[in-house]
Design a protein around this ligand. Sequence first.
Ligand code: HEC
Ligand code: HEC
Length: 313
Amino acid sequence: MPRHLPGEGAITAATASTASTRAGALAWAACALALLLPSAFAAAAGDAARGLYLAKAGGCLACHTEDKKGATPFAGGRALKTPFGTFYGPNLTPHAAAGIGRWSDADFVRAMRHGVRPDGANYYPAFPYPSFTGITDRDLADLWAYLKTLPPDPRPSQPHDLRFPYRWRYPIVAWKWLYFTPGPFASDPRRAPMVDRGAYLVEALGHCGECHTPRNYLGATKKDRALAGGKGPTGKDLPNLTPTHLAKWSDPELKDFLLFGTKPDMDSADEAMAEVVRNTTSQLTPEDLAALMAYLRALPARPDEPATSDKKK
Ligand code: HEC
Ligand code: HEC
């Protein structure tokens, strides 16, 4: 067998030769690339510092940390009450048995983009993958790199406590077939880049619609009523985020709310939104916060959902 220098020759040799020499040639090519392009390799492996920022923009902490003082971040145990029962956010630390320490990169991408568990079962959409599916490949790689830096925690993920018949996972297949469209966020070149960035932050990472978009009786968000408020996932009436309602707020008022949770009438946000402010909107860079606001301002003014009085105090 003639020796080949890494590069084109190695690739030609690889296609024509046996499996072992092919592996050798590929290893050569990989070494050569690693020497030439160290920064490209670092990017492919994910940037944990960027991932930390994205985890904030995605509000991962809230659902994956128990709601009590001193709880270990990302070790799971947070109770999420819904009309279907109580879900518990699982342990996301890299513990091999209790967390996701044995997962491959592909397992993580499949969970986030397709809502599928490593064993092939489907996740409940209480895990907001219908929004997270829009997270770009690069951002997923960075999020994954960040999660791998967390200290492994042995707390086992708590089983969900769901009402019959929601304990079964297999009907989720039908639910996904009806309501779930996987795929990364598609930029819209017709809108200003800032509005486009805002759309990504609101719709994919920030998953604001998981609470602020009304749902049908099977718990799927009504796409044509995006961000128009109405009954949220816990059955409480939530405000409309389109200009129908928010046009009354000036930019400084909206910004104050997203930074500090204080409303123009000096009232403060109730706990569900206060947590979003604390973990997400107040943590955004000034550019991203401005982009998020620009997108809310650019939404079509959708009428309020008819009030659902049954759950009102
Ligand atoms: C609104 C609450 C909520 C938010 C926000 C949330 N998750 Fe989750 N997540 C869940 C729930 C609930 C599950 C379990 C779903 C199931 O068992 O079907 C889950 C499961 C997961 C899993 C699978 C874990 C396993 O053991 O199988 C991963 C990975 C994950 N989430 C990552 C993230 C990341 C990364 C973020 C932030 C970008 C995030 N989650 C934000 C609620 C949430
Ligand atoms: C976990 C559910 C939840 C999520 C996710 C959520 N919100 Fe909210 N939001 C609420 C609730 C509940 C209120 C009402 C707070 C109150 O009345 O005190 C609210 C209120 C607001 C308000 C104030 C409107 C008003 O008239 O009082 C704004 C603005 C807002 N949210 C923006 C956002 C943005 C932007 C996101 C995404 C980054 C987001 N929310 C994600 C639950 C949520």
